[in-house]
Design a protein around this ligand. Structure first.
Ligand SMILES: C[S@@+](CC[C@H](N)C(=O)[O-])C[C@H]1O[C@@H](n2cnc3c(N)ncnc32)[C@H](O)[C@@H]1O
Length: 281
């Protein structure tokens, strides 16, 4: 790998060292098991995310996953003919991802490396698709946006799915469960979402999980599927017709196109003022 990254400096490096220590242990000991119950309601968001990845890639496309963990999503794309690089700061995760690639006969198409997503070791415009699930909120968001926009091809796409700050009950739950979190992770704020417009001309945001969270305690009962379907329907209607409700969404998925080159075009935009869900220009 070449050292093409601009680099956010030493505080981001110590942050990524802390993340690596946490995740090496977490992947070894399955520390986040308690959080798994929430995955019961995440099927719709996951399906939307995977569909966005598939739409933005195809056989022979070059893709980069940030925070690839054990390589699950990267290997899904590799199996569809995409050439994927997966990066993670956790050496434990990367070893497991490499083993999974070999086991599935995908090692030629899926390469996994230990690297810092805030300092990408790739040249400008290398990738048709850059993607990440639950990773950007562990990083310096703006430094990472800048790095993604740099390595993304001008006609390429970035797809991110990340937890959001702002829902008082979810924020309280996070404060009560510190051991399930790293010291540095911060759910994305609305300003973090708006800041994407400094780096991309087109920013599209889809919002997920508000009323549907209420289905979690019933996940092992027969009413779960119909209840979740109804609550997801309610969420969709709320997010569409009552925009302030988006501030309480648990997750957002961003599709980012048209990376702005570093320099004048970015500075000129300054603090974005218009809402999301529109093209940025
Ligand atoms: C919440 S996990 C998400 C894993 C996976 N993408 C998923 O959806 O299950 C966050 C991942 O980001 C990785 N990570 C944290 N800081 C990183 C950094 N600076 N560079 C690359 N990966 C990082 C962690 O090691 C971890 O695998």
């Amino acid at each position: 790998m070449t050292g093409a990254g601009g680099g956010p400096g030493s505080s981001s490096r110590s942050r990524s060292a802390r993340e690596a220590s946490y995740w090496d242990v977490a992947y070894d000991a399955d520390l986040r098991r308690r959080e798994l119950k929430y995955y019961a309601i995440q099927g719709k968001r996951r399906a939307h995310y995977l569909a966005a990845l598939t739409e933005a890639s195809g056989p022979g496309a070059r893709a980069l996953e940030l925070g690839c963990a054990k390589g699950h999503d990267a290997l899904t794309l590799a199996a569809a003919g995409v050439d994927v690089v997966g990066l993670d700061v956790s050496a434990v995760a990367v070893e497991e991802a490499r083993a999974a690639a070999s086991e599935r006969g995908l090692a030629e198409r899926a390469r996994f490396e230990v690297a810092d997503a805030q300092e990408l070791p790739f040249g400008d415009g290398t990738f048709d698709l850059v993607f990440a699930s639950g990773t950007i909120h562990h990083l310096d968001v703006r430094a990472t946006y800048a790095e993604i926009a740099r390595v993304q091809a001008p006609g390429g796409t970035c797809v991110l799915t990340e937890p959001l700050a702002g829902n008082p009950l979810i924020d309280l739950y996070r404060r009560l469960t510190p051991s399930a979190r790293t010291e540095d992770e911060r759910p994305l704020t609305h300003d973090d979402l708006l800041a994407a417009r400094t780096f991309w001309r087109e920013v599209r945001v889809a919002w997920f999980h508000l009323a549907s969270i209420a289905a979690v305690p019933l996940r092992r009962t027969p009413v779960f599927d119909p209840l979740l379907g109804a609550l997801e329907h309610l969420d969709g209607a709320l997010f569409r017709s009552v925009p302030p409700s988006r501030r309480w969404a648990w997750y957002a998925t961003l599709v980012l196109r048209g990376p702005r080159p570093a320099g004048a075009e970015r500075r000129e935009l300054g603090q974005p003022s218009r809402g999301l869900d529109q093209r940025a220009d």
